[in-house]
Design a protein around this ligand. Structure first.
Ligand SMILES: Cc1cc2nc3c(=O)[nH]c(=O)nc-3n(C[C@H](O)[C@H](O)[C@H](O)COP(=O)(O)O)c2cc1C
Length: 174
């Protein structure tokens, strides 16, 4: 039996989207995937902003140094970490590491669920944090970690997808 290609392999960073709207139940399914990510102590120290608003998207695109596809995507999810929630239980390690790892796990779930639904996305991490926080009206305890534009792909998977060989990146200990 031919197995379908794994989701992790089908995923690629897509920076052009069709105008076609994303069905609302797809977006709910993606948010659900984010909710099921693992988190240290199961604290779930995150908030997810689902943005389908051109003006807010324009502000986010500006905060992201003019990455226009943030504006052009039919929907955007911004993943925010709650450092003080993690710090309460885990101190500095929670504040500066766990809450970010937790949010990163949620982002990856978002990216993979998008692929499963035939959508494309891009993890946008290059943005001015204070500007993005202002655009979203975040309280001081919420830290924007990733901006994820979502939509139907307007460009194909690139032919070249460079990855270091396993020999270079794996140390085997037996
Ligand atoms: C933490 C992080 C931040 C990133 N920030 C950006 C970004 O700001 N803009 C962008 O176009 N891509 C961004 N990317 C996507 C990477 O460029 C991309 O994942 C990498 O080149 C590998 O390509 P692939 O995702 O197509 O496999 C980011 C990825 C990660 C994990």
């Amino acid at each position: 039996m031919i197995q379908p290609l794994p989701l992790f392999w089908q995923r690629y960073s897509c920076r052009r989207f069709l105008n076609t709207p994303v069905p609302p139940d797809f977006l709910e399914s993606i948010l659900e995937a984010a909710r099921w990510a693992p988190s240290a102590g199961n604290l779930q120290p995150w908030r997810f902003f689902l943005v389908k608003n051109r003006e807010i998207q324009r502000g986010l695109a500006q905060a992201a140094y003019g990455q226009e596809f943030v504006l052009e995507a039919p929907a955007v999810i911004v993943v925010c970490a709650l450092p003080e929630v993690s710090a309460k239980k885990y101190g500095e390690r929670g504040r500066s590491l766990y809450c970010l790892q937790d949010s990163a796990a949620a982002v990856q779930n978002i990216l993979l669920e998008a692929v499963r639904l035939g959508l494309a996305s891009c993890w946008v991490g290059a943005f001015q944090e204070s500007a993005a926080a202002q655009v979203l009206g975040l309280p001081s305890g919420e830290r924007p970690v990733a901006i994820v534009p979502l939509g139907y792909p307007g460009e194909p998977m690139p032919q070249e997808r460079p990855r270091a060989p396993l020999e270079k990146i794996v140390r085997r200990i037996e």
